[in-house]
Ligand binder design. Structure first.
Ligand code: ADP
Ligand code: MG
Length: 349
């Protein structure tokens, strides 16, 4: 579905309506906006060194990426790749860049992240909201059709080819990538303090204007309202959460969510309610959050220990409300006083 251009202008105008505070110690961003893009609400706050023009550019960039990567928009590059009948499809540089990083993450996670799960995502109704539970045979066939190793990406020629009938989507990585790229652009433009919340994918630029770290909340998956279990302190990092509570439906007393195990084509059930990944690269954080949710805690800890080069820290929230968190975060978190007594274990490298 195409968005009306008027919406974009309205979003820009909204951004323009936020005034400079002019205070020595800022209590508000110098410019900010909220937009609906990539199927989610995003809020962009430039706190130090940012202008309205830079904010507008970031907004326009997000809409352009959405146009390229929407799996449901018939004009997108992803749609073209998914409906090419096994032929090569030419891609723009940004799409090649994202796809290439995402496919690396599919390999690194042993296929727990698999972009080609999209046919299964559709079969469950997560793309339309017309939810259904596919039968066993259908699931087996869908699982057979998930295989990221069959995606051929030709970086030099900027083109991709999937087997006819296979479909991929970038939903598990696109917001993280967008945050990482926007942060990079803003830093280059001299922005020293910014907070981007791309639908729960948080990306920070620098720290707060006074130099102290940003405090980013990790939501209690069991709560209907926004209620943080804990907050972590970060500077220049991405904080990305994948959880079963973010998109789900219920049928016959069972809950089914939108993160699928590529081996079964069904919602990944490992006893986790959410996984949060903190690190310097938003794409890695987003891809890993999805993959670690699929893998479950034990296999996830193994993967984390095997890849110190990624520089990420992880928070696992189990379905029983208890939490495990990697040692690099030990000095950088506070439990929300309302959750005093939170059962917390520290995972060592
Ligand atoms: P969100 O988009 O809610 O922040 P994720 O980053 O975890 O959450 O991405 C979930 C989306 O990725 C799903 O909506 C679906 O389109 C797709 N997806 C689901 N399971 C997988 C998987 N195992 N690997 C890759 N993509 C997946
Ligand atoms: Mg993800």
């Amino acid at each position: 579905m195409k968005r009306a251009k008027g919406l974009r202008l309205a979003a820009l105008a909204l951004g323009g309506a936020v005034l400079l505070s002019g205070c020595v110690t800022r209590t508000e961003p110098s410019v900010s906006t909220q937009i609906f893009v990539m199927d989610t609400i995003m809020s962009l706050e430039l706190w130090e060194g940012g202008s309205q023009e830079q904010l507008n550019q970031a907004v326009e960039q997000l809409y352009q990426w959405e146009d390229l990567w929407s799996a449901t928009d018939e004009d997108s590059e992803i749609w073209a790749a998914d409906h090419s009948g096994g032929e090569w499809v030419t891609l723009s540089g940004d799409t090649v860049d994202l796809l290439s990083q995402a496919l690396d993450l599919c390999r690194l996670t042993g296929g727990a992240l698999d972009l080609t799960a999209y046919s299964a995502v559709k079969a469950w109704g997560f793309t339309t909201g017309e939810y259904r539970v596919p039968g066993e045979e259908e699931l087996a066939a869908l699982a057979d059709g998930i295989d990221h190793t069959q995606v051929e990406l030709d970086r030099d020629a900027c083109r991709v080819r999937l087997p006819a009938g296979m479909e991929l989507d970038l939903g598990a990585v696109a917001k993280g990538y967008a945050g990482a790229r926007l942060a990079e652009q803003l830093r280059e433009q001299g922005v020293t303090s910014a907070l981007l919340n791309l639908g729960g994918n948080v990306q920070t630029v620098g720290g707060k204007p006074d130099g102290s770290p940003w405090s980013v909340g990790v939501q209690d998956p069991a709560s209907e309202q926004v209620d943080n279990l804990l907050a972590i302190q970060v500077v220049d990092q991405a904080v990305v959460t994948s959880g079963s509570y973010q998109r789900y439906f219920q049928q016959d007393g069972q809950t089914y969510w939108h993160i699928l195990d590529p081996e079964t084509a069904a919602p990944a059930r490992t006893g986790l309610a959410s996984v949060t990944v903190v690190g310097p690269d938003g794409t890695v954080c987003d891809g890993l959050a999805t993959a670690l949710f699929v893998l479950g805690e034990e296999a996830g800890i193994e993967l984390w220990r095997a890849h110190p080069e990624l520089g990420v820290q992880v928070i696992w929230v189990r379905e029983d409300g208890s939490v495990a968190l990697t040692e690099g975060l030990e000095e950088n978190y506070q439990v929300n006083p309302q959750h005093r007594g939170l059962d917390m274990t520290v995972v060592e490298a």
